[in-house]
Design a binder for this molecule. Structure first.
Ligand SMILES: CC(C)(COP(=O)(O)OP(=O)(O)OC[C@H]1O[C@@H](n2cnc3c(N)ncnc32)[C@H](O)[C@@H]1OP(=O)(O)O)[C@@H](O)C(=O)NCCC(=O)NCCS
Length: 218
C-alpha cells in the first residue's frame, strides 16, 4: 500500500488499448507523465490519445514482456488499463507490483487518511473518503464514490457513478457495475458481479452475480 501522495513524473507504458486505456492515458497526461508506449493484443484505434504513441504488441507475448521488463529496468512504469480483473491480476503477478504506477486523476478526491494500492487508477471526479483502503490494481472509475472505511481487495473495480456507502468490503476481482449503490457494511465477495443500477442491501457471495432493486441473484 502507498498513500495517495503524488508520485514523481514518470515514463509510462499503458497495458491495454481500448476505451478505458484512453481514459487512463488522458489522466496520465494531465498528471504530467509521459505516455511512452501502449502494449495490447490489438493495435489501438488510430485516434486520440493513441495516434502518435508507439504500439509494442501483446504484453502476454514473451518477446513483448521481455521488452517491458527492460523498459521497467530503465525506470519506466506500467499501468494495467483494462476493465477485466483477470488480466490485471495476471500482469501484476507477471511484472511485479513494483513495476506499476498508481494514477489519481487531478480532478479526483482521495482523503489523506485513505491508502491506495500500487497500480490503482482513480478516475476523473471519483471520490475516496476517510480511511478507505484500495488494494493493488483497483479501479475507482469515473465519478464513483468510495465512502469512509471501505476496503477494496486487489483488482476490484468500482464502475462509473457507483456508490459504496461506509465500511463496504469488496473482494478481489469483484465488479460493482455502473450506478450501483452498495449499502453500509455490506460485503461483496471475490469475483462477484453487481449489475449496473443495482441497490445491494445484503452481502453477495463470492463468484455470484446480482442485479436489480433490491439486488438478487441473476
Ligand atoms: C448484471 C449483468 C452482469 C448481467 O449480464 P448477463 O448475464 O450478460 O445478462 P443478460 O444481458 O443476458 O440479461 C439477462 C437478464 O437480466 C436483465 N438485466 C441485465 N442486466 C441488468 C441490470 N443491470 N439490472 C436489471 N436487469 C438486468 C436483462 O434485461 C435480462 O432480462 P430478461 O431475461 O428478462 O430479458 C450485466 O447486465 C451488468 O449490469 N453488468 C455490469 C456492467 C457495468 O456496469 N460495467 C462497467 C463498465 S465500466
Amino acid at each position: 500500500m502507498t498513500s495517495a501522495t503524488p508520485s514523481p513524473l514518470q515514463r509510462l507504458v499503458i497495458l491495454g488499448g481500448g476505451g478505458h486505456a484512453a481514459v487512463v492515458a488522458e489522466s496520465a497526461a494531465a498528471l504530467g507523465h509521459a505516455v511512452a508506449a501502449v502494449a495490447s493484443r490489438e493495435r489501438p484505434a488510430a485516434a486520440a490519445p493513441f495516434e502518435r504513441i508507439e504500439w509494442l504488441g501483446d504484453p502476454d507475448d514473451p518477446a513483448v514482456a521481455a521488452r517491458l521488463d527492460a523498459l521497467v529496468a530503465e525506470g519506466a512504469r506500467l499501468h494495467a488499463a483494462v476493465g477485466g480483473a483477470d488480466l490485471r491480476l495476471r500482469w501484476i503477478a507477471r511484472f511485479g507490483s513494483h513495476a506499476f504506477a498508481t494514477l489519481v486523476d487531478p480532478t479526483a478526491h482521495v482523503s489523506p487518511s485513505a491508502s491506495v494500492g500500487t497500480g490503482t487508477f482513480v478516475a476523473p471526479r471519483a471520490t475516496v473518503n476517510a480511511r478507505a483502503t484500495l488494494g493493488v490494481g483497483t479501479i475507482v472509475n469515473t465519478a464513483a464514490i468510495v465512502e469512509h472505511d471501505c476496503a477494496l481487495e486487489a483488482c476490484a473495480h468500482i464502475a462509473p457513478a457507483a456508490v459504496l456507502c461506509g465500511a463496504v468490503r469488496v473482494g478481489q476481482g469483484a465488479l460493482v457495475g455502473a450506478g450501483a449503490v452498495v449499502l453500509p457494511g455490506v460485503a461483496i465477495g471475490a469475483n462477484a458481479t453487481v449489475g449496473a443500477g443495482a441497490v445491494v442491501t445484503r452481502s453477495v457471495p463470492q463468484g455470484s452475480t446480482v442485479h436489480g432493486v433490491p439486488a438478487r441473484g441473476a
